[in-house]
Design a protein around this ligand. Structure first.
Ligand code: NAD
Length: 358
């Protein structure tokens, strides 16, 4: 396997955690006999400082011509005063749009030794391992008509929830394919008792399911799902849902596991996918070797599995993460009694060592 990976570390802790993930990817390539080429480029605040825009043409061209993008995080207080149109975060929207990233995948897995980090009771969260597949480019965030207008009675704000058959089909396929890598269960989340767009959503998901008879499909209303995620999250394997519902449910699912520094994500589209931790640039701890690199290393594992179809390699990285946690290594955000406190680089090194020995 030969592949080119665009490495966009970005700002803040992005600059510290991305090199740790690249370490693991390099080691995976060497150990399993692949040729991975890593090409770095500026994005976000770092790009604004150099050339005045958050997503330079060269960076976008690199992303488009690569097989995958590994991203750290963008943003920080330094650029907060800038106009909204040239803020670092605009780079993410540009990349999503230009790479056609229509599916966002967010796994939430609880490592048994970190169960104390969650705000929920151990017996509720123990063993959770779920994946939220969120539609990313359609629905109410983009539907027309939208806007605020003046009327005789005052102002009127409008947004429109819109989904087409095609949009639902492609996200449903992503969910069923992802389920095949997991426990083969998909829960489609909608509001089909009230919304016509949800009625179509459910009908199309059922249609697509005919091609995946080996995967179990169920349906749940979003309000019930919000409850069930807290009540009995173990029942879920893959959840597939709309942009708006997914925005909310994926954050709720993330909180189940406790620490933001542990959670990876993948955005998949028609070209290169983008793989990044769910957290931001964490300016409060940036440059201090304090950031937890696990979310980014796990994102690199998703890149191997979802983009390059290197499942064995991805699983080996995930096992190395698990083993390192079992050995008691912890960055500050997940530190607990009787554990060994390490920095970003030391955590990366420990995972690398376990990977090489695994
Ligand atoms: P944040 O995710 O950066 O930080 C929230 C809290 O979590 C902070 O206390 C931080 O120290 C901690 N944290 C985050 N990542 C961590 C890690 N790897 N290890 C240990 N602790 C970690 O969110 P924020 O503070 O709201 O945003 C900071 C900046 O990041 C803002 O400019 C925001 O716009 C940007 N942001 C970027 C992205 C992205 O690039 N995808 C996402 C969210 C926020």
């Amino acid at each position: 396997m030969k592949a080119q990976i665009a490495v966009l570390a970005g700002d803040g802790v992005g600059k510290e955690i991305v090199p740790e993930a690249v370490k693991l990817l390099r080691a995976a390539a060497e150990k399993f006999g692949h040729t991975l080429t890593f090409v770095p480029a500026d994005v976000g605040g770092a790009a604004i400082d150099k050339i005045g825009v958050p997503l330079p043409d060269d960076t976008l061209a690199l992303a488009k011509s690569s097989d995958a993008v590994l991203l750290g995080a963008v943003g920080g207080p330094k650029w907060e005063g800038l106009d909204y149109t040239i803020r670092p975060e605009r780079a993410l929207l540009g990349l999503r749009e230009q790479l056609g990233l229509f599916a966002n995948l967010r796994p939430a897995k609880l490592y048994p030794m970190l169960s104390e980090a969650s705000t929920l009771k151990r017996e509720v969260i123990e063993g959770i391992d779920l994946l939220v597949v969120r539609e990313l480019t359609g629905g109410i965030y983009f539907g027309k008509p939208k806007g605020i207008e003046k009327t005789a009675e005052g102002e009127r704000g409008v947004n429109t929830e819109v989904y087409t058959t095609h949009e639902i089909q492609r996200i449903a396929k992503v969910a069923f394919e992802a389920a095949r890598k997991r426990r083969r269960k998909v829960m489609s989340v909608d509001k089909a008792n009230v919304l016509e767009s949800s009625e179509l959503w459910r009908r199309v998901v059922i249609d697509v399911h005919r091609d995946y008879p080996d995967v179990e499909l169920s349906h749940m209303y979003v309000d019930n799902c919000a409850m069930q995620l807290i009540r009995n999250p173990r029942q879920f394997d893959v959840l597939v849902t709309t942009n708006l519902f997914g925005d909310i449910l994926s954050d709720e699912a993330a909180m189940l596991t406790g620490s933001i520094g542990m959670l990876p994500s993948a955005s998949i589209g028609t070209k290169a996918g983008m793989y990044e931790p769910i957290h931001g640039s964490a300016p409060d701890i940036a440059g201090k070797n304090l950031a937890n690199p696990i979310a980014t290393i796990a994102s690199a594992a998703m890149l191997l599995s979802y983009q390059l179809r290197l499942d064995k390699e991805a699983e080996a990285i995930e096992r190395a993460i698990q083993k390192t946690l079992e050995q008691g290594y912890r960055t500050k955000d997940i530190q607990g009694p009787g554990t060994t406190l390490v920095g970003t680089v030391e955590m990366g090194d420990a995972i690398l060592k376990n990977f090489l020995q695994g």
